[in-house]
Ligand binder design. Structure first.
Ligand code: DX5
Ligand code: ZN
Length: 222
């Protein structure tokens, strides 16, 4: 399965998001990754459902909402109504992961669970079959432009092996510090959704960067 490319608009110019989303779609992006931060779960603030509704009007691509918020359950219906297709919630932010994933799936969305770099894979053991995807953070969430944490690389392979052993088809999305130099190795470990923010939107030619990610994904994916 060819790895999907999900540009994170967190690193785009927030006063020109429509342009960034259209550019990403035209360059061949597969998903638009939208980072939602509440100033509690992570020490930063970003965007809300109104913005997602605006993005929805600009693109036909699936919108992948990464909720970095406390009490994520309260926000799931708003983001679904705003047009989010994929929604992921942090296991560190909820005591009722099973119920929250069910809320996303029963509303027709794709459900993902997110693990911070220090959170072990075992915390997903009881819900692996309830997931469409796992989002492995490879930086501590809160900002774009941070360096990839090396211990997250073997974690991708261990998760891929667990998913395979369980006979499941759960996708593995990885987020944080991914660039054109390390993406190939990460796809080989088992990543099949690539989130990239600064490597795309801080590049001199963001469309060319997306095309370069797509080329590597096509050549490297199993
Ligand atoms: C970080 C966000 C990421 C961020 C990635 O908290 O979840 O999606 O935009 O940015 P880069 O690719 O620059 O590390
Ligand atoms: Zn993200």
């Amino acid at each position: 399965m060819t790895a999907l490319i999900a540009p994170s608009i967190l690193s785009a110019d927030f006063t020109r998001l429509a342009e960034a989303v259209r550019l990403a779609e035209q360059a061949g992006a597969d998903l638009i990754h939208v980072d939602i931060m509440d100033g509690h779960f992570v020490p930063n603030l970003t965007l809300g459902p109104q913005l997602v509704a605006g993005v929805r009007r600009e693109t036909r691509l699936p919108i992948d909402v990464h909720l970095m918020v406390e009490n994520p359950r309260a926000f799931v219906p708003m983001f679904r109504e705003a047009g989010a297709d994929w929604i992921s919630i942090h296991v560190e932010a909820t005591a009722h992961l099973h119920k929250d994933l069910d809320l996303i799936r029963s509303s027709g969305g794709k459900a993902g669970a997110v693990l911070n770099p220090a959170t072990p894979l075992v915390s997903l053991e009881e819900v692996l079959g309830d997931l469409d995807y796992v989002l492995l953070m490879s930086v501590d969430p809160g900002w774009g432009g941070q360096a990839f944490i090396p211990s997250c690389r073997p974690k991708i392979r261990r998760l891929r092996e667990r998913i395979r052993a369980a006979g499941l088809e759960v996708r593995i999305e990885v987020d944080g510090g991914i660039n054109l130099d390390n993406v190939e190795g990460l796809i080989r470990e088992g990543m099949d959704i690539v989130v990239a923010g600064s490597a795309i939107f801080d590049a001199p030619d963001p469309a060319a960067a997306i095309r370069a990610f797509k080329d590597i994904a096509r050549k490297t994916s199993p």
